[in-house]
Design a protein around this ligand. Structure first.
Ligand SMILES: NC(=O)CC[C@H](N)C(=O)O
Length: 222
């Protein structure tokens, strides 16, 4: 499995994401936001967390106008896999690859802690290793993680089984406690929690490693 981790000025989780993907068995290439093409044969585009362009305008808004954006859209348009974590999720909404928006946390503070989560949908390549309704834990670290979408969009997400993860209990004000959403074809996943920060024993949690390994397994059996 060939993964391309895209780095923007201000990304700070790109190395951790590359390492977690490699540990799960992926072959990882690093892509700079000014590149105009993805490496040939890329299966997965991974957008890391961080503070791209200093979070100016809106988190992810400037990154979504990078030269690499067209190649990411094309990859998604061909049914390619795209994963956006935290700032990467924000970039995906700004690219229009996922609906809704990440607003300032309801409490107006930066939240940095382990978050209790529930696997809402496992009918996708990302969470097939988990059981439906399973309680898991992953770290969060964000000030703009408050997921909002209009009523019609929310009904569509529910109806199409596109809510991947929800917080167990209120965390940041997200509507219906949504923590991660899928595209209609389930090939694009945006998630606020950080699986790459729960990817080896020293991290104090292994649910992130399960996500990356499960992704590799579902691709191998596809
Ligand atoms: N860890 C992150 O990716 C943070 C995302 C974004 N800068 C925020 O604080 O909301």
């Amino acid at each position: 499995m060939k993964a391309a981790v895209v780095t923007f000025p201000g990304s700070n989780c790109d190395r951790d994401l590359a390492v977690a993907l490699e540990q799960a068995g992926a072959q990882v290439a690093r892509v700079w936001h000014k590149d105009s093409a993805l490496p040939g044969g890329t299966d997965l585009v991974a957008l890391p967390g961080g503070f791209s362009f200093g979070d100016y305008l809106r988190c992810g808004a400037i990154a979504a106008r990078s030269p690499i954006a067209a190649a990411i859209r094309e990859h998604a348009g061909r049914g390619g896999l795209v994963l956006g974590i935290c700032n990467g999720f924000q970039v995906l909404t700004e690219l229009g690859l996922l609906p809704g928006a990440l607003m300032r946390n309801a409490g107006l503070t930066f939240i940095c802690r382990d978050a209790a989560l529930r696997v809402v949908s496992r009918d996708n390549p990302w969470l097939a290793a988990f059981s439906e309704g399973e309680a898991i834990s992953l770290p969060v670290a964000h000030h703009d993680g408050n997921y909002q979408i209009d009523d019609e969009g929310l009904a569509r997400l529910h109806g199409q089984g596109r809510i991947a993860l929800a917080y167990r209990g209120a965390l940041n004000g997200s509507v219906d406690a949504i923590a991660a959403v899928l595209s209609e074809n389930r090939r694009v996943l945006g998630m606020m929690p950080h699986p790459e920060r729960a990817a080896e024993p020293a991290h104090g949690g292994s649910d992130g490693a399960r996500l990356f390994r499960g992704l590799m397994d579902s691709l191998a059996s596809a």
